[in-house]
Design a protein around this ligand. Sequence first.
Ligand code: F6R
Length: 244
Amino acid sequence: MEIVIAATPEDAARLVADRFEQAVTAAGEDGITLGLATGSSPVATYRELIRRHREEGLSFAHARAFLLDEYVGLPREHEQSYFRFIRDQFTAHIDIDDATVLSPDGQASDPLAAAQEYDRAIREAGGVDLQILGIGSNGHIGFNEPASSLASRTRVKTLTRRTVEDNARFFETVDEVPVHVITQGLGTIGEARRIVLIATGEGKAEAVAAMVEGPVSAFCPASVLQMHPTVTVVLDEAAASRLR
Ligand code: F6R
């Protein structure tokens, strides 16, 4: 694991944006498959990439994207659906073709089959070239909660109480947070060719320490990234504060 500690959350976002810019530029017209996370961690990175698109001509015209996860049961147009979140926060503001920004179908009548279909679609597209990740305060990546199989594929998961409470800040009340999600599995995420995880703030410090310095264990799902050959973890000083 490459660990990069930035002075501020803004510096961390710029560093992650640099990785995206390098990869997108190097791929050129051959195109690149991006793996996109939602939640608050990547938002500053997305803002910086939008700025570079508008002011510096960074183009995503040859990129396509797969989201990590989606709530089960939220309509796509709900402002907290990840389908909508990624468009509002990122992809509607760059020149990526919207039809190539794919996410699990949280409204499918058969969510289990939809999850398997999504896993297949990622494979058939040739896999993810560059995946951005956040980390949950309990060490989840995607929505692979503690005790998830380290080899898991895209499937339906039930969120822990802690994750529901963490995510309640995006909803009017905690009771509105869906408890079921479709998430790429840890095995699926691990097939991405390059991974950049961004974590900022004291609230992530414990999970970051477990991910980087703890044993590889399903109790900290992000620790599986220790097994991946090309992972960069970008932290601000607060998120790095519990590293030895
Ligand atoms: C989001 C996702 C989650 C978040 C994690 C951190 O697509 O898969 O793993 O990255 O819950 O969320 P924030 O960034 O809101 O603290």
